[in-house]
Write a protein that binds this ligand. Structure first.
Ligand code: 9MR
Length: 846
């Protein structure tokens, strides 16, 4: 994890103890700073050539020129400070700024990569403050540096510092998160007709009474808790509460048990309608290569990043790393990966795939509803907004393909940059990194998926994607082992992956679904992954993508031999995750002893498997598993907080990001509503987490600090399952289950010719009541179109076709059959029988 040490750069340990906070009694050790008081001289302090020293009122002052870009463009510092490994130090100084400004103070390695052992970015005021920090040195170093980075201001200002002190022997900084009341609930909402569960942290071993109160404080339900013993993921003794039998909607409910009252929550129908949209709107503000319009996202407007306007070196004509290639590519656009300015094909791949799947689900899942407007520049065009947003990334992925079909793994800065840094202000050289088999297969998979999904809206874009996908597949087969290097981590993440058989499987699955071609069918059926139990601790992530193929084979119509086994295997996976969830006293489908990087996305991806099992089977236990799982993300957890910005009484808001860096620069915003934090990560690779969370038990390995990139980053591949799941939950309305339709439909394509096909549909009323007026709906896999039909009025929007009764066949009596038919216009690729056909909105059997 050393790869990122360079950026600690900026990872400010922001929780400074300002004077007035508990004093750091670390004064036992000897003073390490030679002349921190500046009584008669500035020696041995140094400054960059754009500064001068002045001793004024017993302080060291300097006039900082305006017009510099980076914090490190103006520095004062002192060298040769000895640090002893595992010794805890108290670092403090007094500073003033006129006008007030953020200054950065670091104790660091004196040479590249300038590893920082303590990093502070206090907002310094005109009257001044004393700032105190403690840190434990991870190294023995005879010549550390103490620096104040004061560049980056457009306008001149004056900085003074005094009493700079660094003393060993400080007591280690003990961080205790404020976890509030011991009764833990989903702080956003439970659905009236959905499950309702909570967790109580208590020493009690016997069952306790609980009470549910409405906003007026009246007890509306009560019962007793279920003792669950000591939970390994938190180290806490806990009980659970099931209050699912209470179904009345309302706001401001609380749960009381063991003398503690939970944070307030709602019981509310359609409670997830906003989150569904916000989680997707996240992507517009992650866009590279386009100005973010403040009118569309008030408070989030910013200039376009990386469009070759200084100080950006830009993404429109990017060279490779030295020695990697001799050409340049225009790789502008796409989404920034996370809190950095890098763009990585393998992570873009899973993200855009999940966003496209969220859309594709609306064609194939009985409960799914259209996604709606995202308020993006393309809103109002003829394409669903969710696809416009996905296209922004897919266009970028296509640009990463070189002429032989192979795809560059990533493009990012030559060196890690600091925080804060707006995308348009990044001055670093951008570089393409080598092509890889994994990136090439990510393009093969997403382009194959895009080819079918975009076909009804833009046949040329669909064809371009299909050609790119096939070319990528052929190139990957010819170069099956070009692995991204695990040491290529300067200036960007490595995203290295030693095993690409799952990428092959995923690409083959998407290519098969889109084309129906034998080559891909044979590949799938011969792949050990096709029948393997792939339902590991986490179902899928950027480096484990077999499940993306498996889920699509199960849910997107196709004629693969043995498809029912594929569907059954997804249900088996869901059973596994449901069992984990049921056994977990916090109700999440993740049972790792040690939490992984981005654990929240693992929880959510496992929920995607359960949600898919519900779409396939209609068995409520899977849906209720998802509804219960989301409670963990939104507050039913050991830290008693929501991990989604803007949702829940106490929620993450300081995610690691170079442009949502409000905690470092108050003129910048926090992340937008609907942004998921990575979540607890037992390996705590960053210095903030290391300073504060050492020895943490899994669920406690998280801190809402912008410097904690290992626990608190935001990324495109974490918001994608968040968005998928919130759409799934939004579709559940108030939790009432819709009865399946009393209808049976047989859909038979009787014949096809190069440009068309003919289909007959029989509808049987299997119920006991007459149907009086009907609308039959189904979706095509790709760009197929109704040409003309008979015995019904046909229309089409995107891939979704509607056949509405004629006046003469408006009524279908119980047991009666109506036959209709149409001729269709072909589109490249497969034309399978739809899995889902609805009559008046309810799914028919086939
Ligand atoms: O999400 C990635 C995680 O699975 C890896 O363990 C980690 C270390 O390689 O990198 C994470 O991805 C980061 C990427 O390398 C750079 N952009 C930010 C990503 C999220 O932290």
């Amino acid at each position: 994890m050393l790869r990122r040490i360079g950026i600690l750069a900026v990872a400010a340990i922001a929780t400074a103890c300002l004077t007035g906070a508990p004093p750091v009694t670390a004064d036992e050790g000897p003073e390490q700073i030679p002349n921190g008081t500046f009584d008669t001289t500035a020696d041995p302090w140094w400054h960059t050539s754009n500064l001068d020293f002045e001793l004024s009122g017993g302080r060291l002052c300097t006039n900082v020129p305006g017009g510099t870009v980076n914090p490190w463009d103006a520095i004062i510092g002192v060298n040769d400070i000895p640090l002893v490994k595992d010794e805890t130090y108290a670092f403090s100084f007094f500073a003033t700024a006129d006008p007030s400004k953020v200054a950065r103070a670091y104790v660091q390695l004196p040479t590249d990569p300038y590893t920082q052992y303590v990093a502070a970015a206090p907002e310094v005021s005109v009257s001044g403050n004393t700032y105190s920090y403690t840190f434990t040195s991870p190294v023995d170093l005879p010549n550390a540096q103490v620096v104040f980075q004061i560049g980056g201001s457009a306008t001149p200002w004056r900085f003074c510092v005094d009493n700079v002190s660094l003393k060993g022997g400080a007591p280690p900084d003990v961080y205790k998160p404020d976890t509030g009341p011991r009764v833990r609930v989903n702080q956003v909402a439970y659905l009236p007709k959905g499950p309702k569960n909570a967790t109580v942290v208590t020493d009690a071993t016997a069952a306790l009474p609980w009470q549910l109160k409405n906003s007026a404080g009246t007890v509306v339900a009560h019962g007793t808790t279920t003792p669950r013993g000591v939970d390994a993921s938190s180290g806490q003794n806990v009980h659970s509460i099931d209050f699912g039998s209470y179904v009345k909607a309302g706001t401001g409910y609380t749960l009381t048990a063991d003398g503690e009252t939970s944070r307030p929550f709602d019981i509310k129908p359609d409670a997830y309608a906003d989150l569904k949209l916000d989680a997707l709107k996240f992507y517009y503000t992650q866009r590279s290569g386009i100005a973010i319009d403040d009118a569309l996202r008030p408070g989030y407007g910013r200039p376009a990043g990386h469009v070759d306007v200084a100080p950006n070196q830009g993404d429109k004509n990017v060279p490779c790393q030295p020695g990697v290639c001799d050409y340049r590519l225009d790789v502008s656009g796409g989404w920034y990966d996370a809190g950095d300015h890098g763009k990585y094909v393998v992570n873009g791949g899973i993200s855009v795939a999940q966003i496209m799947s969220e859309f594709e689900r609306t064609k194939n899942a009985p409960t799914a509803k259209p996604i709606g407007s995202l308020n993006i520049p393309e809103s109002g065009d003829a394409v669903p907004d969710v696809l416009d947003e996905a296209r922004w990334e897919q266009e970028f992925l296509l640009k990463m393909q070189r002429s032989d079909g192979m795809v560059h793994h990533k493009i990012h800065d030559e060196n890690w940059t600091g925080l804060p840094l707006l995308p348009n202000l990044d001055p670093q050289k951008r570089e393409l990194h080598p092509v890889s088999t994994a990136a090439t297969l990510n393009l093969a998979a997403t382009a194959a998926q895009a080819a079918r999904i975009f076909a009804p809206y833009d046949a040329a874009f669909a064809a371009k994607n299909l050609a790119a996908a096939k070319k990528a597949w052929t190139a990957a087969k010819a170069n099956p082992n070009m692995l991204a290097s695990a040491s290529d981590g300067v200036g960007g993440g490595t995203y290295d992956d030693a095993k690409v058989s799952d990428e092959f499987y995923w690409a083959a699955a998407e290519l098969y679904i889109t084309t129906g071609d034998k080559e891909f069918e044979n590949y799938l059926l011969a792949s050990p992954l096709h029948t393997a139990d792939i339902w590991n601790t986490g179902a899928m992530d950027w480096g484990n993508v077999a499940a993306l193929g498996r889920l699509d084979l199960a849910t997107v119509p196709n004629a693969l031999p043995g498809r029912s086994e594929v569907r059954a295997s997804v249900v088996a996976g869901a059973d596994k995750y449901l069992a984990k969830l049921t056994a977990h006293p916090y109700g999440l489908p993740y049972d790792a002893a040690s939490y992984d990087w981005g654990s929240n996305s693992i929880v959510l991806n496992n929920m995607v498997v359960m949600a898919t099992a519900y779409d396939i089977t209609g068995d409520l236990k899977y849906r209720d598993g998802v509804l219960q799982g989301v409670d963990y993300i939104l507050g039913r957890n050991a830290l008693n907080q929501s991990y989604v910005t803007g949702y829940g009484e106490v929620a993450s808001k300081n995610q690691h990001s170079r442009w949502y860096a409000h905690s470092l620069d108050t003129s910048l915003p926090n992340p937008p509503r609907g942004t998921l934090a990575g979540g607890p990560n037992s390996s705590i690779q960053d210095p903030v987490a290391q300073a504060k969370l050492r020895g943490c038990v899994a669920q406690f390995c998280y801190i809402d600090d912008i410097g904690s990139w290992a626990t608190n980053e935001l990324t495109i591949n974490w918001n994608s399952p968040m968005s998928w799941i919130s759409a799934f939950i939004a579709d559940q309305g108030d939790g009432t289950v819709k009865a399946p339709g009393a209808c049976k439909v047989t859909y038979t394509t009787h014949g096809s010719w190069p440009t068309g096909f003919t289909t007959q549909i029989t509808i049987v009323n299997t119920g006991t009541k007459a149907v009086d007026g009907w609308k039959l709906k189904w979706s095509f896999l790709g760009g197929q179109k109704i040409d003309h039909g008979w015995s019904a009025n046909f229309s089409q929007e995107g891939a979704t076709a509607t056949a509405e009764n004629e006046t003469w066949n408006k009524t279908i009596r119980p047991g009666q059959t109506v036959v209709i038919g149409y001729n269709g216009v072909s589109s490249p690729g497969a034309n399978p029988t739809p899995d889902l056909i609805t009559l008046n909105g309810a799914a028919c059997s086939s």
